[in-house]
Design a binder for this molecule. Sequence first.
Ligand SMILES: Nc1ncnc2c1ncn2[C@@H]1O[C@H](COP(=O)(O)OP(=O)(O)O)[C@@H](O)[C@H]1O
Ligand SMILES: [Mg+2]
Length: 246
Amino acid sequence: MLTIKDLSVRYPTGTLALDGVSLSLAAGEFVAIVGPSGCGKSTLLKVAAGLLAPTEGSVAKTSDHIGFVFQDPTLLPWRSVRKNVELIGELRGMSRDDRQKAATEAIAKVGLSDFAQDRPSTLSGGMRMRASLARTLITRPELMLFDEPFGALDELTRAKLCDDVQTLFVADQFAGLLVTHSISEAVYLAERVLVMTDRPGRFAGEVPVPFDYPRPPDIRYTPEFAKTTAGVYSLLQPPSTSEDGK
Ligand SMILES: Nc1ncnc2c1ncn2[C@@H]1O[C@H](COP(=O)(O)OP(=O)(O)O)[C@@H](O)[C@H]1O
Ligand SMILES: [Mg+2]
């Protein structure tokens, strides 16, 4: 689905954001990336989406049907949920019937059918994020890129939205690449978790997640889950040196 080889990105300001990153994502696979703030995670997703060109290295995709979900739901405030969800269909020249049907379906999938006529300002943060997900789903993406999509939400809403993303993933079978700084979110959703180092970002390692889908929400409280999150956490720690503690 997505193959990135020896990718380096240097911004015009001189900042080297990524240095020699390789990654491959199979169709229908869900991979999470965790790493410290500023290590180049968003840069990597932008390159994957084709929004930013590599300085060095290559990016290959088998599909251009890409959905991008950001932390900010970026809904148009003067449009209803339905009209926001229809927007990308409008821009892509889908017929009115097709986009209305697709919007109805996408809105139902994220549980917002009763709020389709409402404006974003009347919705909670979690509901706005659902509307943003529905808007992305309308194009039936084969690759979904998530850039810390739930970072601004409270813990309960966040956990519920993770469940919803998993349900959508199991139903629609897109490939998913999720950037998050929540280790438990990464382990809950992904088949493997890639850990990035401080900038310039490289991969410090990878932790496989030993659970099948669908995963019940309370899997988060099992010893196996804790062991997996501990594995990710240990990769995030910088290697200790003999000077430590002095
Ligand atoms: N448009 C830009 N121009 C210059 N530097 C940038 C730009 N975008 C990001 N950076 C820098 O590149 C590094 C990686 O940024 P980013 O990919 O946003 O990190 P992350 O998403 O992991 O927090 C940071 O040091 C950031 O300041
Ligand atoms: Mg970022």
